[in-house]
Design a protein around this ligand. Structure first.
Ligand code: HSE
Length: 445
């Protein structure tokens, strides 16, 4: 039997992911040691409450409430507490004591990433975070290593399972958003307070992390444009289906050139979007995640799988653990986060994309021409128009008042956010438009 050097592993957090990491590490330790070239000794699991019930049992002798002592005795610290504090302080403590750190904490990385990466670089430590985006899906290492020789042009990501589950249920069963959210809560996908998922905060954190890595540029969380799914209606889902689209909450990170200033930079945004039914992302059902990536040389790639879950996320954490252990065996400093490109991070007003606008309009001669005029006055080119009789309450459906109102579904060519906003404002002010029923961006064409 080969005698390996022993590495001391401290685990912070005994929740659903932490307990799975502990179990798999204890069960598969010998095999992982062979892969890493070092023994992986779990020296303890720091928890807030030793008596708290756990999804998977952790041997009692490993549990402690003294996180600091554990951190100071470890070669590698795995942080699975979540949230900003005390996770940030613990990670800094670990780095400054010479340990490598593995974390799944997207909120912390999106908020304090530069501080943590700087601290690691200064002491030659490494921060690993494969589990922070997309749960089990390998996406951090592909961006950081496999695609390091390529130029990433755009990322379209379904990075929040809860909202994908809800939108998919609305699409496949015709349930309302409220009813689908109740189902997501009952099944344990949505938290008791679903705000972070529903309003897109969770996806925005992941977008900031992906954009920073993909573009070798620090993309601050505050610069990520964010809209959640709380105002998505069943009528929009139905009208999208009739037009050949599904609605997905997308995290979009892309290289952009501001149409007015010509400044080249990058942008990150999260919002519901129409995705053509033939696009690979349209086939991502339930609570799954997927990251669709367009690179200059590699072309289109898609990474797909479970975006959350205890054992699934533990897989990504243990992959990081083996990498960290291999680095300890080889020695040398960690690889610093690559932010050398330092590209301008542009606001959503610099973005151009396509739009679908649904209008409820007065049904009389000249209305279509007047509306077409609003689009052309604002420099937005119309690609397709479909008209049906009836109010905008149920797009494309005939209703009793069909004699006086009509619904127009207008698709545009690529236009700037600024031109689109001006168009919508002018449509709202127009006396032939009863209401602007829906404005959605179209992505993936
Ligand atoms: N709450 C997240 C989701 C999982 O619904 O995808 C953790 O990032």
């Amino acid at each position: 039997m080969i005698e390996y050097r022993n590495l001391r592993i401290a685990l912070l957090g005994g929740g659903s992911v932490g307990a799975q990491v502990a179990e798999l590490l204890l069960k598969n330790g010998d095999e992982l040691a062979s892969r890493a070239g070092a023994g992986l000794e779990l020296i303890g699991v720091a928890v807030r409450d030793i008596a708290a019930p756990r999804t998977t049992d952790i041997p009692a002798h490993l549990l402690t409430t003294d996180a600091t002592s554990l951190i100071l005795s470890a070669d590698i610290v795995i942080e699975l507490i979540g949230g900003l504090e005390p996770a940030r302080s613990y990670i800094l403590q670990a780095i400054n004591s010479g340990a490598d750190v593995i974390t799944a904490n997207k909120a912390l990385l999106a908020t304090h990433g530069p501080e943590l990466f700087d601290a690691a670089e200064q002491v030659g430590a490494q921060l690993y975070y494969e589990a922070a985006v997309g749960g089990a899906i390998p996406i951090i290492r592909p961006l950081r290593d496999s695609l390091a020789g390529d130029t990433v042009k755009r990322i379209l990501g379904i990075v929040n399972g809860t909202t994908n589950f809800i939108l998919d249920l609305m699409e496949t069963t015709g349930e309302s958003l409220e009813s689908a959210l109740a189902t997501a809560t009952a099944l344990g996908y949505a938290e008791a307070d679903p705000t972070a998922d529903i309003e897109g905060y969770d996806a925005a954190q992941k977008a900031a992390i992906l954009a920073s890595l993909a573009f070798h540029t620090t993309v601050p969380l505050e610069s990520v444009y964010r809209e959640g799914i709380s105002s998505v209606t069943l009528a929009q889902v139905e009208s999208a289906r009739k037009a050949g689209y599904v609605i997905k909450l997308l995290a979009i990170c892309e290289r952009v050139t501001d149409p007015v200033t010509g400044v080249e930079g990058v942008s990150a945004r999260v919002h519901p979007a129409l995705v053509p039914t033939g696009h690979p992302l349209a086939a991502v059902h339930g609570a799954n995640n997927a990251v669709f990536l367009e690179a200059e040389a590699a072309g289109d790639l898609m990474f797909y799988g479970a975006g959350a879950g205890g054992i699934e996320t533990a897989s990504a954490v243990l992959g990081d653990l083996v990498s960290a252990a291999r680095r300890h065996v080889i020695g040398g400093p960690g690889v610093a986060e690559s932010t050398h490109a330092n590209l301008p991070v542009l606001p959503i007003t610099s973005v151009t994309t396509r739009y679908q606008i649904i209008l409820s309009v007065v049904d009389q001669p000249g209305v279509l021409a007047e509306i077409a005029g609003v689009f052309s006055d604002n420099g937005v080119s119309v690609e397709a128009v479909a008209q049906s009789a009836g109010s905008g309450a149920g797009p494309l459906a005939r209703t009793d008042d069909s004699s006086s109102t009509a619904t127009l579904v207008i698709g545009t060519h690529e236009a700037s956010e600024a031109a689109l906003a001006a168009t919508v404002a002018a449509l709202e002010a127009s006396n032939v438009v009863s209401s602007v029923v829906s404005v959605l961006r179209v992505e993936g064409l």
